[in-house]
Design a protein around this ligand. Structure first.
Ligand code: SF4
Ligand code: FE
Length: 497
């Protein structure tokens, strides 16, 4: 079975037995919990759209391992066209869900681990790549969701892992046994962790030799004994617990993050993809980050499409859609949003194959993409709030609208233009509130800032990849300084893989 249906996926999550805590209590039936279900629905749509003929070109791919038709979320990119189609797929899902659909970090981790394991084997004579390919085969054949677990708690950021006062601040090896390796630690801000079948754990930073116990990469089923999850909160999340639920703004879909604890978890050797080879940790982090920074040029653009559409609609409902300044602001939102898409496409179009054969994105352009994502959605959201008006945060509750005494008064006095009802206006304002202040803002804004690395991480990469000396050569050559400037390559630093 290479493709799971949407309903089969939901059933697979309902029968998964993870140990999960939500709002201070252990919850056995967490998939049905109102704080989790919208995120399950969003992830499930990565299966639902794959079932539709209309989206098959974007959602499906041909496995380079088996030749079978697989979900693109389990595919390793075999061409620039694959990288571009990935970005288009993520934009599509952002448009359909208006949120984070959680499955891409696992896809990006698969590509990163493919790259790293191949390189370790070449250099060290290990057999990690063959183990990883077996794991990938299973992910593709069973159409699994993989949680990419990278971010450690980090403790005192000035100190490397082995110098922390609590040595568990980074996931580490605590024992090596005949049957496998025992690991301990935690991973924070884990997108979609509760909706995953497998957890793929990676180091979170470059490591020195003294930190070899932290150079560990492995995959385990998400309900493995010793793994504990605690759901993170989001703004206005308890609105999801209210009857009706329209005050959430997006009732069907949402994202979630959780913290994962690994309490001396035994990982069988066949699922270990790095074990002590410190110097390969940094390249895995950078490679995964580049893929995930490319991803944001798709998913956040799709969510941006929803927000722009919501603003165009509310402008119409309020009778201001033909005002020149409103049109101008909406065009500016489009400009910013499409610039992000252009970055996602650009880093895909000039990516190059890696030694393992999998195509990588252009790292400089992928980092440019993500750095723009840390900024532009905030400006798009600011313009959205400008046009939506103050009612965005002063609107009474759904229950007031349903109240027999004040409901009719609210319907009468909060009516906008005649083209739509007060109810339409109320729902659209709630959607904009969701995306710019509520649970959706956790995805559209804060995750845009910190997901796939905070802005400073991208600045460091830009400084490293900028090719400043080459630019100096361009300038010195034209200014006829020094030896006249040995002419740099005509393409400059465009191709960098
Ligand atoms: Fe996918 Fe975007 Fe969510 Fe990352 S933030 S998991 S790329 S939808
Ligand atoms: Fe993310």
């Amino acid at each position: 079975m290479a493709l799971m249906s949407e309903s089969q996926y939901i059933e697979s999550m309902v029968s998964c037995r993870k140990k999960v805590f939500i709002l201070g209590e252990e919850v056995a039936d967490y998939s049905a919990h109102p704080l989790v279900r919208p995120s399950l629905n969003a992830c499930a749509l990565t299966y639902g759209l794959a079932e539709s003929q209309a989206y098959s070109e974007v959602m499906l791919a041909s496995s380079h391992l088996s030749g079978s038709t697989i979900n693109r979320f389990t595919h390793l990119h075999q061409s620039n066209a694959d990288l571009i189609t990935k970005v288009r797929m993520l934009r599509l899902l952002g448009q359909k869900t208006g949120t984070c659909f959680q499955r891409c970090s696992g896809m990006d981790a698969l590509a990163g681990v493919d790259f790293m394991t191949f390189n370790v084997d070449e250099a060290m004579g290990t057999d990690y790549h063959a183990r990883f390919i077996e794991f990938l085969r299973e992910v593709q054949d069973r159409d699994l969701v993989v949680d990419a677990a990278m971010t450690d708690p980090k403790g005192d950021r000035r100190r490397p892992p082995s110098k922390q006062s609590d040595r568990d601040m980074y996931v580490r090896i605590v024992d090596r046994r005949k049957e496998g390796v025992v690991v301990r630690g935690a991973k924070v801000s884990q997108t979609g962790a509760l909706n995953s079948h497998e957890v793929l754990v990676m180091p979170t930073r470059a490591l020195a030799d003294e930190d070899s116990d932290y150079a560990i990469c492995f995959a385990v089923p998400a309900d493995t004994t010793g793994i504990v999850y605690v759901l993170g909160r989001q703004p206005s999340d308890t609105r999801k617990l209210e009857r009706g639920g329209h005050d959430v703004g997006n009732r069907r879909f949402g994202g979630h993050e959780a913290i994962i604890f690994f309490q001396d978890v035994l990982v069988p050797w066949e699922r270990v993809f790095l074990c002590g080879e410190s110097r390969f940790a940094g390249q895995l982090v950078e490679r995964f980050a580049a893929y995930h920074r490319q991803s944001y040029g798709g998913c956040k653009v799709g969510v941006g499409d929803v927000l722009i559409g919501a603003v165009q609609a509310i402008a119409r409902y309020q009778g201001i859609d033909s005002a020149a300044h409103v049109k101008e602001k909406i065009v500016e939102m489009v400009h910013l949003n499409e610039t992000l898409f252009a970055c996602g496409l650009a880093c895909s179009a000039v990516g190059l194959p890696s030694p393992s054969g999998t195509y990588g994105v252009d790292p400089l352009l992928a980092n440019i993409c993500k750095l723009n994502v840390t900024r532009f959605p905030y400006e798009i959201a600011r313009l959205a709030q400008d046009i939506a008006g103050g009612l965005l945060v002063t609107l009474p509750s759904e229950k007031d609208f349903a109240n027999p005494v004040v409901g009719p008064l609210l319907a009468k006095y909060l009516k906008g233009a005649d083209c739509n009802s007060t109810e339409d206006r109320r729902r659209m304002l709630r959607l904009i509130e969701n995306l710019t202040l509520g649970p959706g803002a956790a995805c559209y804004l804060t995750e845009s800032m910190h997901g796939a690395g905070s802005p400073q991480a991208q600045m460091i990469m830009l400084g490293r990849l900028a090719g400043l000396e080459e630019k100096v050569e361009f300038a010195e050559s034209l200014a006829e300084i020094g030896d006249g400037g040995a002419s740099p390559s005509p393409e400059g630093s465009t191709f960098r893989n």
